[in-house]
Design a protein around this ligand. Structure first.
Ligand SMILES: Cc1cc2nc3c(=O)[nH]c(=O)nc-3n(C[C@H](O)[C@H](O)[C@H](O)COP(=O)(O)O)c2cc1C
Ligand SMILES: Nc1ncnc2c1ncn2[C@@H]1O[C@H](COP(=O)(O)OP(=O)(O)OP(=O)(O)O)[C@@H](O)[C@H]1O
Length: 313
């Protein structure tokens, strides 16, 4: 998959000259609805001898326009590529937010991608102040011979899937709903940082991953997870929150995972951590023995869970 951050780079690539079938949107999380839009573009490209393309944009993590991020850029690129995307354009938001709907269609779709067909959902908006909608897209594309295909909204439990809804389910700890709407397990891959080393002395060493500013966070509590280490998945028990039992200095939330069947050094690595179920809220325990029993109980539940749901790739 070729990634472009400027219109000039896209225009300079001769391989787009056979014309593109282009999926349009921000696509945070690349959820089931997004996948339907992107697959429609990829199928159209394959059937008509064109290139499969995505137009999106980059938003700084500090931007609140779209809410907390569900995945990082590297993960987004991996999923896009797995869906067959060949040309992926993601200019910074400030480079495109001032374009009128007419300029967007002419400069980006027509001249940049040499688009022959574009794909989006019912709720797609574009151009300065999101002034363009699907109807306007059709009107502007028709004279240029660009077909507009609106993909029916993918539903989950009677309502459309959206990134906003997935963020809300994550904040509520409803991981089965999050995973169902994403079409794969929710995962993070943040670097492992040093903790206080207390877990190790209590018999449960943990990997500590810190959510960067700007990412959507799960509800505070205890989760069944799995972790990929050296290419192998292990059951994990994760505590996400402010660790009220041991937090004496008002530190922020950490994501701490005990991997009962693994021992080794993971500092600085970026292991994938996948979430499966919320088990219980975090508590402020009176003793470290109670905290240890809680962590060991969660680890036993995680192992039982994966005994019932064998791990695949
Ligand atoms: C499965 C799991 C559940 C946890 N639950 C709680 C909890 O309920 N209350 C709490 O204060 N800390 C909880 N923690 C965080 C521990 O307090 C923390 O991992 C421990 O103090 C070790 O920290 P360290 O990595 O800085 O050594 C939990 C950690 C894990 C792995
Ligand atoms: N459930 C869905 N089914 C089909 N297409 C969808 C669905 N949700 C979004 N789309 C389309 O996918 C593209 C990307 O949408 P967008 O990034 O705005 O996602 P979203 O889930 O609607 O996000 P948010 O909740 O943050 O508004 C757009 O073309 C949009 O119309």
């Amino acid at each position: 998959m070729k990634v472009y951050t400027t219109l000039q780079a896209l225009e300079a690539d001769l391989t787009v000259s056979r014309g593109c079938s282009v999926a349009l949107g921000f696509f945070d999380g690349v959820h089931l609805g997004h996948q339907a839009v992107i697959r429609a573009a990829a199928t159209d490209a394959a059937e008509n001898g064109r290139s499969a393309a995505v137009f999106t944009f980059q938003l700084p993590l500090s931007s609140t326009m779209k809410g907390g991020r569900l995945q990082d850029e590297a993960e987004k690129h991996r999923v896009m590529e797995s869906l067959g995307v060949e040309h992926y354009m993601e200019p910074p938001f400030e480079d495109v937010c001032g374009l009128s709907p007419e300029e967007f269609v002419d400069q980006i779709l027509h001249r940049g991608f040499k688009a022959r067909a574009v794909f989006c959902g019912d709720n797609f908006t574009f151009g300065k102040k999101a002034a363009g909608n699907v109807e306007m897209l059709r009107q502007l594309c028709a004279p240029l011979g660009i077909r507009v295909q609106v993909v029916p909204m993918t539903q989950y439990q009677g309502a459309p899937v959206s990134s906003t809804r997935i963020r809300a389910a994550l904040a509520a700890g409803d991981i089965p709903a999050v995973n169902a709407m994403l079409g794969r397990p929710y995962r993070i891959g943040f670097a492992v940082r040093h903790g206080k080393g207390l877990g190790r002395t209590l018999g449960f060493p943990t990997i500590n991953q810190i959510y960067p500013e700007g990412f959507a966070q799960p509800k505070y509590g205890i989760y069944i997870t799995r972790v990929k280490v050296n290419g192998q998945w292990y059951a994990g028990a994760t505590g996400f929150g402010t660790r009220p039992t041991v937090n004496t200095t008002g530190e922020g939330a950490t994501c701490e995972t005990f991997i009962p069947d693994f021992s080794g050094q993971l500092y600085g690595e970026e292991p994938e951590l996948e979430f499966y179920e919320y088990i219980a809220p975090s508590q402020k325990f009176d003793t470290l023995e109670e905290l240890t029993a809680c962590v060991n109980g969660a680890a036993a539940k995680a192992k039982e869970y994966f005994a019932r749901h064998p791990m695949d790739e």
